[in-house]
Design a protein around this ligand. Structure first.
Ligand code: HPA
Ligand code: ZN
Length: 332
């Protein structure tokens, strides 16, 4: 099964590029930028990665990304991820980035996006991995800052396929960003947002995301299972869910494998992704292996998860069909 998963053509739809910053690269960038880190080795740094919920993870995540300063830093970050993706036979990725995690500490928006974009171009040419960018707003900052960031992104609209919402969900409901999402829709961006697992008010937040915001996709979202009306809405609108089993295992009580199984049985377009692989020790391949071992998934079920993912990508129909054909050919 591991070999089957290794060769399966894959699609990654829930990946924070800042969450791919491996300790080795963190040390390299710190040296390049003359930043002193409070660790002397990779092992020591990893040992300090202790988190058991979303806020404790986010503290480590934001601290780690402070070594990212210049355009080449963002290029190297994205290129390192895309090389890893190519090794795992990821054929296509939609990649989140958190501009406010950088602009809030003085790194200009254009430095971030130019570095990332240049890596996407090179990866397409050199590695045969296609990718697009999704700009996420930090929900624990004010909606006005999100709106300012949205306006700042407009000159780069051709480089950004859609918007997302991440960071700490507690006390930061989707409705807080209704005006930002409305403007983003008018500008032609596609819409997703995190509905993190087992949050306070998870059900109400998911309802707002679907009914008030009108999202095209939901990141995480397994808590729809607690409310049949939400399941019906997701099915009726064909909304895909980007689930992240290993991440779930770190920030909640389990991988939520049984929930993912149930979503598959219900016919929800559920997909398997890695979230923050440098922190959770697992790229998409490891996530598929972990889920397969837990649920004893068949080859057909694994292929279905990748079919779901290619189907809910934000790609034109002919490209979706080309990737779906790769999955079918592999399974056959
Ligand atoms: N949830 C919220 N914010 C995040 C995540 C996540 O899974 N990963 C990085 N920032
Ligand atoms: Zn996430």
């Amino acid at each position: 099964m591991k070999d089957f998963i290794a060769g399966l053509p894959k699609c990654e739809l829930h990946l924070h590029i800042e969450g791919t910053l491996e300790p080795e690269l963190k040390f390299d960038l710190a040296r390049r930028n003359g930043i002193a880190l409070p660790y002397t080795s990779v092992e020591e740094m990893r040992a300090a990665y202790s988190f058991d919920d979303l806020p404790s993870f986010l503290t480590v995540y934001y601290e780690g990304m402070q070594v990212l300063r210049t355009e080449p830093d963002f290029y190297d970050l994205a290129m390192a991820y895309l090389r890893k993706a190519a090794e795992q036979n990821v054929r296509y990725a939609e990649i989140f980035f958190d501009p406010q995690a950088h602009t809030s500490r003085g790194v200009p928006f254009d430095v971030v996006i130019r570095g990332l974009w240049r890596a996407l171009i090179d990866a397409d040419r050199q590695l045969g991995v296609r990718a697009q960018l999704i700009m996420c707003f930090l929900r624990d900052f004010q909606a006005e800052y999100a709106m300012a960031t949205l306006l700042e992104s407009l000159p780069y609209k051709e480089w950004i396929v859609g918007i997302g919402l991440d960071s700490d969900e507690k006390g930061n409901p989707p409705a807080k960003f209704a005006a930002v999402y409305e403007r983003a829709r008018q500008e032609g961006y596609l819409l997703t947002m995190h509905c993190d697992v087992d949050q306070d008010n998870s059900i109400e937040h998911i309802r707002q995301a679907i009914e008030e915001i009108g999202v095209d996709r939901i990141d995480h979202g397994v808590n729809i299972l607690e409310d049949q009306r939400l399941v019906d809405l997701v099915l009726a609108r064909g909304i895909g869910l980007t689930c992240c089993p290993i991440s779930n295992g770190y920030v909640t009580d389990s991988m939520k494998a049984e929930g993912i199984r149930k979503l598959m049985e219900l016919g929800v377009r559920v997909t398997i992704n890695s979230d923050d692989p440098a922190y959770f020790n697992g790229y998409v391949g490891e996530n598929l292996v972990a889920l397969q071992e837990e649920l004893q998934l068949t080859r057909e079920e694994l292929a279905r998860l990748e079919r779901n993912a290619f189907e809910i990508t934000w790609l034109p129909r002919h490209l979706k069909d080309a990737y779906l054909a790769e999955v079918d050919a592999y399974l056959a």
